[in-house]
Write a protein that binds this ligand. Structure first.
Ligand code: NAP
Length: 289
């Protein structure tokens, strides 16, 4: 790829950022499209966020991905925040407008994409979400968008569960009557669960030998249940290996990563993202990592 005087700049800002897979995925997509642009990882400390954002605008950066720890902190600095980002309470994609930076959250679309191709309708379904962190909020919004009738969140901390319930109450644009269950009591929900989502880091390094649920707990799920792990390395996680052993449908986090990136790239470039190229770039990279 030739960097020219007209090469447009895209990037991801976070802290730390060196582990990000987004440059691999986006630069392969940019090359496949033949666009004169480059996507770079920018380390931005929390105290420098406003300065960095103003600087990115000053040097005509076209668009940015936003990752930990800036997904919430960036919101007050934006001229516009999409409804879905307001609903989640986090922004992961920025682009420039005449008024300033505009932000949205593409994790929700990314999470939903593989589920839409699995079942035409999720109406009547119960989703059980493990974890109460940032990813869990995108998953809850996704389950609401899919049309799940019942969304239950399992967590270790009563106060965090209550805060999530409050977050998703009206006037949240994706308001939902969220049910909560303490981690030690979640077995009672498993027999009626259609979609089980791990949005905890249990199963990824340094917990790669662990699973959020035991084999015995997975045995309580209906045979038609879908097991979804947001983790994308290792592949499969122990949780998904056990789910596959039970012949449940299993989805890992790679497709969410690809699809959230595809929505962002489409927004920045104004043309459809090459999803298969992005998926293959990540698969190849992770295979050799
Ligand atoms: P986070 O904000 O730190 O939240 C993690 C949640 O997991 C918290 O609710 C935490 O509970 C819970 N947890 C941690 N250890 C636990 C344990 N041993 N037992 C039960 N619960 C436990 O993290 P996040 O940003 O939501 O990310 C969660 C996972 O999703 C990570 O693995 C991340 O890589 C993945 N992710 C994937 C994608 C993708 O595109 N595929 C996107 C975003 C995130 P406490 O609050 O009680 O500690």
């Amino acid at each position: 790829m030739m960097i020219t005087g007209k090469t447009q700049l895209l990037g991801v800002m976070g802290d730390p950022i060196g582990h990000s897979l987004s440059p691999v995925m986006h630069n392969r997509a940019i090359a496949a499209l033949g666009v004169d642009a480059v996507y770079v990882a920018f380390p931005v400390k929390p105290a420098d966020l406003a300065t960095a954002l103003a600087g990115f605008a000053a040097v005509d950066v076209l668009g940015l991905s936003v990752t930990i720890p800036h997904k919430q902190a960036v919101i007050p600095l934006l001229a516009e925040v999409s409804e879905v980002a307001q609903a989640v309470g986090a922004v992961n994609t920025l682009w420039r407008t005449d008024r300033g930076w505009s932000g949205t959250n593409t994790d929700v679309d990314g999470f939903i994409a593989p589920l839409r191709s699995l079942r035409e309708s999720w109406q009547g379904a119960t989703a059980l979400v493990l974890g109460t962190g940032g990813a869990a909020r995108a998953v809850i919004a996704g389950a609401q968008r899919l049309g799940c009738d019942r969304v239950v969140v399992a967590g270790r901390d009563r106060a965090k569960l209550a805060a999530l319930q409050h977050h998703f109450a009206p006037p949240n644009p994706l308001a939902i009557a969220l049910q909560t269950v303490l981690w030690d009591d979640l077995d009672s929900v498993l027999p009626t669960t259609d979609l089980l989502v791990n949005s905890t880091p249990v199963g990824m390094h340094p917990l790669e030998h662990d699973s959020p649920l035991s084999i015995g707990q997975l045995a309580l799920l209906p045979a038609t249940a879908v097991a979804y792990d947001l983790i994308y390395t290792p592949r499969p996680t122990r949780f998904l290996q056990w789910a596959a052993d039970r012949e449940l449908r299993a989805i890992d986090g790679l497709e969410m990563l690809v699809q959230q990136g595809a929505v962002a790239l489409t927004q920045w470039l104004g043309q459809p993202a090459p999803i298969a190229v992005m998926r293959s770039a990540l698969e190849t990279f992770l295979h050799h990592a």
